[in-house]
Design a binder for this molecule. Structure first.
Ligand SMILES: Nc1ncnc2c1ncn2[C@@H]1O[C@H](COP(=O)(O)OP(=O)(O)OP(=O)(O)O)[C@@H](O)[C@H]1O
Ligand SMILES: [Mg+2]
Length: 205
């Protein structure tokens, strides 16, 4: 059984649009299948709350204010955060979780922002891992190249990555996680996040 004890996972990145909310939402979906999970939407844009208002999510979503009262009632907590956190927010993010997941797309601009973030959180001794997201399909090699560069820099990285699949956008529109979308790619898309979930569980044992 995965994760016997309570775990707080925060998803954060310096750059916008790299899949933070999508990642937070699907990790919460994965964890909910094991124990009651709360998704705290710490983004003023309220992506996760909007997502849940549009459709139906299998776990509870709340804002930061309500989250404070609810946290003790849930086994696992996933926190979604806004892009470009200021230094104070970054300190709270880096110190307030058991695992910090940093999604990054495999392009040079996002990777540079990711390296900056890794540098900025070093002082907090945070347990963090990079997650490659929106990986373009073959023959594009951007995903593999980014992986090689990150590993060479000895930056902790999830072995699994998240492919760029339109079904993720459909899921957001429908207000559901990708595993319940009726689409031939739904299974492949969901597997990307279950693999990440398994890695998190195996490392927390
Ligand atoms: N793996 C993916 N494949 C295809 N589209 C994706 C994928 N992940 C996210 N998206 C889409 O990319 C856009 C940005 O994703 P998301 O909102 O999760 O990023 P974000 O980092 O939370 O953005 P923001 O900084 O604005 O909060 C959304 O339209 C989302 O549906
Ligand atoms: Mg977001």
């Amino acid at each position: 059984m995965c994760m016997q004890f309570k775990m707080i996972i925060t998803v954060a990145a310096f750059k916008g649009g790299v899949g933070k909310s999508t990642t937070a939402l699907h990790l919460a979906t994965y964890l909910q299948s094991m124990a009651d999970t709360l998704l705290v939407d710490g983004d003023l844009n309220r992506s996760a709350l909007d997502w849940s208002n549009r459709g139906c999510l299998p776990f509870k979503v709340t804002d930061e204010k309500q989250g404070i009262n609810l946290v003790k009632l849930y086994e696992h907590i996933v926190i979604d955060t806004p892009a470009r956190p200021d230094p104070n927010e970054l300190k709270t993010i880096a110190q307030g979780c058991d695992l910090l997941v940093i999604p990054t797309t495999p392009d040079a601009i996002a990777l540079a922002a990711t390296l900056q973030m890794v540098e900025a959180i070093k002082q907090f001794k945070t347990n963090y891992r990079i997650l490659l997201t929106l990986i373009p399909p073959n023959p594009n090699k951007a995903g593999e190249e980014a992986r090689t560069a990150l590993l060479k820099a000895e930056i902790p990285l999830f072995q699994s990555g998240i492919r760029r699949l339109a079904v993720f956008q459909r899921a957001a529109l429908e207000g559901v996680p990708v595993n319940v979308v009726k689409d031939p790619y739904a299974k492949i898309a969901w597997r990307c996040y279950t693999e990440v979930g398994k890695e998190i569980c195996n490392n927390s044992k």
